[in-house]
Design a protein around this ligand. Sequence first.
Ligand SMILES: Nc1ncnc2c1ncn2[C@@H]1O[C@H](COP(=O)(O)OP(=O)(O)OP(=O)(O)O)[C@@H](O)[C@H]1O
Ligand SMILES: [Mg+2]
Length: 464
Amino acid sequence: MKPKHILIVDDEKNQRDILQLILLGERDEAGNPLYDVKAASSGQEALRLFKLNRFDLVMTDLKMHGMDGIELLNELTQMDSSIPVILMTAHGSIDSVKEALRGGAFDYLEKPVERAQLLDTISRAVAKMRAVDEEIVGVSDAIERVKKMIVKVAVSSSTVLIRGESGTGKERIARAIHKASPRVNERFQAVNCAAINENLLESELFGHEKGSFTGAHAEKKGLFEIADKGTLFLDEIGELNVSMQAKLLRALQEKEVTRVGGTKAIKIDVRVLAATNRELELMVKEKRFREDLFYRLNVIPIDVPPLRQRRDDIVVLMDYFLRKHSANSGGKPMKVSADARKMLLDYSWPGNVRQLESAIERALLLAETDEITVEDLPMEIRDVARIEGSGGFRLPAEGIDFEQLEKSLLIQAMDQTNWNITRAAKLLGLSFRTMQYRLDKFGLSRPGRGQKEGSEEDTADEES
Ligand SMILES: Nc1ncnc2c1ncn2[C@@H]1O[C@H](COP(=O)(O)OP(=O)(O)OP(=O)(O)O)[C@@H](O)[C@H]1O
Ligand SMILES: [Mg+2]
């Protein structure tokens, strides 16, 4: 296990030294240090160190000369909103600590800091980090920030909105938050708002009374009630219709639900996590998503970058999925050929982690030896590699005229197919409509003929 990096900030040298000594003395069973510790004597110095190093945790004194602990907390949070900060404070200033906890501090320790308490607080924080490390595989700076954010938001009951493209791991992150939270022993209930018919969703979420609608033969608890004391994960929240948005907002604000056909309000204690791959802000502007609900959900945002923007993660995820799905190859350890590896590392992964996982899962089934080769990879990955490798499409250092290239490709495709739009579109991997749109854009038509005629001739063969 890699040691966790801790920054101690205190303007009293004695304090710094003692804390550092205690933490540096901690070892795992194999005798390896658990913590790597640096110390700073002021907020300014802490900020300098923070810019140069990667820390997992910061512990700062509250009262210091110059920049105090709260100011430092704010500065640090601005640089990296995910960093967990533990405030150390004398007994008298608990009120300002409570304030700080609301403002984003992770935990606090009372001074004088006792050895047992220090180790207890730190090891609890680190245990959470390790639990998250297990759940979320990745080593990129981007995913490390997401992991720290998970640890940090896990302690509270605030609503978290997880945003990211499809397959980036949003549900996985929601589970990790639950596992690192005090609700870990209660239920984690996921519901996909897009998968359930609008009429049923209300009774799914809030339950119904017997006889409240045709088919409601018995009373039924909703997911909010079922998830009581636990976590409810509302996936694809952008798909909720306006009336459900209003009902959800009410449940979140009042912390109570009313079953369909019921009159009694039922108190609920549920932590809500939501996820979407839609631009909710845009939907708010277009009045398709309630602004008040957006703010209610977006108390803490977690943005998950697409895999192509955190390429360092590809190789570790690849190894992880090779192990995870090793049963597909009869349990024997599998290698990946150099060519296949390069192809996987260079690919853009539009379907993100999910696409990578299924590519590996499938390759393990197909591989005939103990090595995955290019032939075992899905067609779409090989195609891209072929185009990029052919040399014709390499972007030259001096750049290109994109429109000109597009136009030239369109003309070549049309010439090769004797101006059959359907077949030309296939050559370029476009739909008939997109092809036609592009031809119109450049005003392209069969030499010596009007545009209309060209497309008329083609309509007979339009099938897609
Ligand atoms: N960092 C990760 N470490 C390990 N597994 C991951 C990671 N990210 C994603 N996965 C795995 O990839 C798959 C897709 O992840 P998940 O379902 O969480 O994505 P999602 O963002 O919810 O996708 P969608 O928007 O399509 O619902 C799952 O099998 C998940 O376990
Ligand atoms: Mg999902």
